[in-house]
Write a new protein. Sequence first.
Length: 399
Amino acid sequence: MGSMPAVGLAVLSIVLLLVLNQTRKSLSLAREKSRLVTDSAIDAIVTADGSGHILSFNQAAERMFGYSASEVIGRPLPTIMPDRFRKAHETGFKRYLETGEAHVIGKVVELAGRKKSGEEFPLELSLASGRTPKGPLFSAIIRDATERKNMEETLLLKTVELARSKTELDQLELFSYVATHDLREPLYKIISFGDLLKMHCGASLDDKGRHDLQLMQDAAARMSRMIEELREFSKIGSEEIAFTPVDLNSVVQEVLSDLKLRIEESRSTVELQQLPTVRANRTQLRQLFQNLIANAIKFHADDRPSRIVIKRGMEGRDMVGVIVEDNGIGFEEKYLDRIFKPFQRLHGAARYEGSGMGLAICRKIILRHGGSITAKSAPGKGSVFTITLPTPSKAGESQ
């Protein structure tokens, strides 16, 4: 009987050891599962103790900040903050420990982080807190906001650019209205009286007189063409148009048929690859491609005939690209903005006919469709025009 307590104590000790060992295994397994979860997270997860020192630093945090976990564990949280935020952090941290008052806990806030290299970057932080037997514990989920910020800045710039473009177009449309209505009558008189003068007095004029009369008639005819182009330009934005699915292959084929004689006379070649179907106004797209192809034919290089390639470009969820590429004279890209403005010419009218309205009309058509147009070029190397247009599946097109 005297030995039973000792045996019982031994058995109890063994049981306690087994339980403790199992508990340690369970805790170890739980920690391992927790580590796997945090390391597989796409966001950075950082925990800190009540003194503000880092306890854990997952793999996403390592990638985001450039530190290894071993470099920051045990160091204060301001290690990964820009210096200008440290005082505010220390004040807020102290206030929370003393009063429990929190300004950022339980909220998503935008701050800035500092990488090991010293580079700062925008971030979104969601902070939570809890109590443990050893004191308070803080956990932060951090997301790099650089891409979102860049997209917001790009969107803002695009919005400002579109607003500026709309103001310019509105002003030009007002001018177009005045020009096409108020100038046509006096211009018609100049042309008519010029014709009468040539008919009745042409024989009595000397060479200089006939030359001057011809210059006047040429200038009047040129102005008449400009007024007509202004009228077409103003119509693009003022008329109600229907948007329907449009097969670009058939549109471009029609344009090539219209331009057949000019293509043959200039010995140009046009390669049409498979094009997409877009949501657009067919009439305006015919005008768009007619202007682009005619431009490519007109601005050909002296030592080679024009070669024009029309093909499909990049495709997004709601937009699709089309490329019109030529081997013509090209232009310096510093003039890219200028070529899409009305009456802007990079070359003299004596060599290349036209008033400089073709690309301005193209741009206005594209803007009306909610797309974009740009170009890449170099002198003597040809030009590549890239346009984007909405796909038939895009919802909510503006009419």
